[in-house]
Design a protein around this ligand. Structure first.
Ligand code: HEM
Length: 448
């Protein structure tokens, strides 16, 4: 009997040939390319055919994004396209995991990141920030490497409340940087893999990954042998037990999860903070209003300042560190008039959504007030800085607290001014700037 091929109604987009010809332009600047393509097809979505049975729908439609991440999340998982390779070098931690195993791990780890539990870590976060600011450079400074290093220190100190040797800390950071750089190149240029046997690139990364795991294993073993009391994430994870078996995580799994936390929490926060400083330096009115709102506030209670929360939201709206994500459809699906087959990759384009002129008035302006009603923060269904649904960022409260503490401490201690430099976005896994040059000077009177 002849079989009839099922017809799907995908958004308009690029054929295989067009997508192939445009690869170079896409890789040069994916954010600009995707935004331009959406404008070109006159829609909030477009499709790119990447091969036989390989289709990608990119979307900035908030309802479509909610549908995929939240309402029908059971039909979607992280694709092997990105996560598969990451798993080879960083293990199967939360960000890369899927299905029942992901759920089991998420349930085990989630309590460590509960807002109430995190309060126990705030002392470490604040202390790390204050120490860091003591030696922060002044003059015309590229703030991206600076705050990126700070966010690494905050994370490492909160995960492992240890006095690390600076050498080990630097090694850990460098190993992660090298593995991440490799992954980005590997995923964007899969044909380059053919050369690995000759160049030895993959062998080097395998060795670096093994070294990374060995460092973490040493930390875990030292901790297990210690009789001291700790109040860090490692301690919480060592003490957590699976609901069904009452067993703790194996050492291997613990290493996977710790690695993923550093991977997911470091550059995202560093990038967000860099853009926040840039926006504040270039919007002195907002900065003055924010500083005025700090009157009578301490670093500990600045988390309750509504104007501060709105300012941070507004920064993450304009520069969402996680500018994009991806899910693969496990079965044929439909959204609105569209229908698409199992295996279609759906890519929520948060950056485009957050700057859509049809959804945000004066979309490119930095106006924290848009997140306030009668002085209180409002929720928005078109704002996804930490994703949505069951896979929403596990570290969102941690990241927000760190951003509040850092910006408060920084603005109280330093004068911040813009320069003529206009930063470029160099989006890799996060929406990194190439550099952000700002003029920084220490205030006469130390306030904190
Ligand atoms: C401003 C900083 C941050 C931003 C913008 C951010 C953003 C995000 C987003 C958008 C997702 C969801 C991705 C998806 O749905 O595919 C996510 C997931 C995740 N984030 Fe964050 N994140 C930040 C900080 C952190 C921190 C500090 C940690 C940990 C300490 C963390 C750990 C994770 C983990 C483990 C996941 C995976 C959750 C899962 O799949 O179950 N993130 N993050």
């Amino acid at each position: 009997m002849p079989t009839t091929k099922k017809k799907y109604n995908l958004p308009k987009g690029y054929s295989l040939l067009e997508a192939t010809l445009k690869t170079k332009e896409f890789l040069k600047n994916p954010v600009t390319f995707i935004a331009k393509s959406m404008a070109h097809f006159g829609s909030t979505e477009y499709t790119a055919i990447l091969g036989y049975n390989s289709k990608v729908i990119l979307t900035k439609n908030p309802n479509f994004i909610s549908y995929v991440l939240k309402d029908n999340n059971r039909n979607y998982e992280k694709s092997d396209f990105v996560s598969g390779r990451a798993r080879d070098f960083l293990g199967n931690g939360l960000v890369f995991n899927n299905g029942a195993d992901w759920l089991k791990q998420r349930r085990l780890i989630q309590p460590a990141f509960h807002r109430q539990k995190l309060k126990g870590l705030y002392g470490i976060v604040i202390q790390t920030i204050k120490e860091f600011l003591k030696t922060a450079p002044t003059g015309e400074v590229d703030v991206f490497p600076l705050v990126n290093e700070l966010s690494f220190n905050v994370l490492i100190n909160s995960l492992f409340d240890l006095s690390f040797s600076p050498e080990i800390k630097a090694e850990l950071s460098q190993l992660l940087i090298d593995i991440q750089a490799f992954l980005v190149k590997d995923v964007n240029h899969p044909f380059g893999r053919l050369l690995y046997p000759f160049t030895g690139t993959e062998r080097t990364i395998v060795k670096k990954s093994a070294r990374l795991r060995a460092i973490l294993l040493d930390i875990i073993n030292d901790r297990k042998a210690s009789t001291k009391e700790y109040c860090d994430v490692l301690d919480m994870l060592l003490n957590s037990r699976y609901e069904d078996t009452g067993e703790p995580m194996s050492e291997d799994r613990l290493i996977d999860e710790l690695l993923v936390l550093v991977f997911a929490g470091h550059e995202t926060t560093g990038t967000s903070l860099s853009w926040q400083l840039y926006l504040l330096a270039n919007n002195p009115d907002v900065k003055s209003k924010l500083m005025a709102s700090f009157e009578d506030m301490t670093i500990e209670n600045c988390l309750n300042n509504e104007y501060f929360k709105a300012t941070i939201n507004e920064g993450m709206r304009l520069y969402p560190a996680a500018w994009v994500t991806e899910r693969i459809a496990l079965a044929d699906d439909e959204f609105g008039d569209y229908s698409y087959p199992k295996g279609t990759l759906v890519v929520p384009f948060f950056y485009g959504l957050h700057r859509d002129e049809n959804l945000w008035e004066n979309a490119t302006a930095f106006q924290p007030e848009r997140f306030l009603k009668d002085g209180t923060l409002i929720r928005s269904k078109q704002f996804f800085p930490f994703g949505a649904g069951p896979r929403m960022c596990i570290g969102n409260h941690f990241a927000l607290a760190e951003m509040h503490f850092f910006l408060y401490a920084f603005l109280k201690e330093f004068k911040l001014e813009a320069t003529d430099q206009v930063p470029e976005m160099t989006p890799l896994l996060t929406l990194r700037p190439d550099k952000i040059l700002l003029r920084i000077s220490r205030l006469e009177r130390r306030i904190i």
